[in-house]
Ligand binder design. Structure first.
Ligand code: NDP
Ligand code: OXD
Length: 313
């Protein structure tokens, strides 16, 4: 009944410590240490090496230690056991706060104010009321809905786009590719919280960006992508910024991560770059979630938040 911890690019120590403290009866071993593959029942992972999980003959549940499973699903050898992803208040509120922070940053013209400050220029810029600003959330699931609720509460006109047309109070719902043009045409600030799948790869391209509203109070559209870098075509984003179709952007995710030192995005005066940390996976919050799911499984109950492999999220 051992759990294998396989976290690529993360420090395993805090995870091992939290798991051992919360579940002293559950042996946990890091994939970097020697272990008996036949003893492993559970895997808690982030970007594990392809083939690693297939080498564990007794694995019963895979826990992806983040919300997005695109990296995990690139492994064609994954065994057909449930994959549980993170759906957790801590991660959700981190993303909600990131989105609110950056929507307000662009809405309150902080780029222009920061440039003016560097010039020692006491200049004001028009601050439209939130009621006049239309935010569109592309990907209206767990994270998109939490951000949407908070933004609607602040007074923004919010719409959400999803496959199924998920509805929440105070937010306009749009569904599927047929309704994408109408969603984009009413959007001043586009927030991207989609998973990366075969259907969504490269969706944020020149065509999509040129379909965003140009008649809003910000003088053009704003892009905030905290979903995945594979959703965006960075050359098209730069071209849209140069053309003025996009007035500014916040990017937390990139086609290649870490973002190359010589990427022009670093120095763009109207782009905020953050290092894929919109909603970090915090071992303090998430180890308990994984342990609770293991307890469910051991009681014979079904585990929650299982990924639909055919949809890819
Ligand atoms: P959910 O699965 O809860 O939501 C995904 C949303 O995207 C749903 O509304 C879904 O629609 C919609 N969707 C997916 N594919 C399509 C499609 N082809 N057309 C239309 N809508 C589509 O995921 P979460 O909200 O939990 O997470 C979203 C993503 O955020 C993650 O996959 C990950 O990539 C990213 N993320 C980034 C982090 C960061 O730090 N930058 C941290 C955490 C997550 P429907 O429900 O109708 O199927
Ligand atoms: C996630 C992430 O998917 O941090 O949770 O990107």
């Amino acid at each position: 009944m051992t759990m294998l911890l396989a976290v690529n690019g993360w420090n395993p120590e805090p995870w091992l410590e939290r798991f051992r403290r919360l579940a002293p009866d559950l042996p946990v071993v890091a994939a970097t240490e020697p272990y008996d593959p036949a003893a492993i029942r559970y895997v808690a992972c982030w970007k594990p090496k392809p083939g690693l999980i297939a080498s564990l003959p007794g694995v019963e549940v895979i826990f992806n230690l983040g919300a997005g499973v695109d990296a995990l699903l690139t492994d064609p050898t994954l065994p057909p056991v449930p994959i549980v992803r993170i759906v957790n208040d801590d991660l959700t509120s981190r993303m909600r706060d990131y989105v609110v922070l950056h929507v307000l940053y662009h809405h309150r013209q902080m780029h222009r104010l920061a440039e003016a400050q560097r010039r020692h220029d006491w200049v004001d810029f028009y601050q439209p009321p939130p009621e006049r600003v239309r935010v569109g959330i592309l990907g209206f699931g767990t994270l998109g809905q939490a951000a949407g609720r908070a933004l609607a509460h602040l007074g923004f006109q919010v719409a959400g786009w999803s496959r199924s047309g998920a509805e929440i109070a105070g937010v306009e719902a749009f569904a599927g590719l047929a309704e994408l043009p109408a969603f984009l045409a009413r959007t001043d600030i586009l927030v991207v919280l989609l998973p990366l799948t075969a259907d969504t790869r490269g969706l944020i391209d020149a065509k999509l960006l040129s379909s965003l509203a140009q008649d809003g109070p910000l003088g053009g559209a704003v892009l905030i992508n905290a979903g995945r870098g594979g959703l965006q075509v960075e050359a098209d984003i730069r071209a849209a910024l140069d053309a003025g179709t996009l007035v500014s952007a916040t990017l937390d995710v990139f086609e290649q991560e870490p973002l190359a030192k010589d990427s022009p995005l670093w120095d763009h005066p109207r782009v905020i770059v953050t290092p894929h940390n919109a909603a970090d996976s915090d071992p303090d919050a998430l180890a308990g979630y994984v342990v609770a799911q293991i307890r469910r499984h051991e009681r014979g109950e079904t585990v929650e938040n299982v990924v639909d492999r055919t949809k890819g999220y």
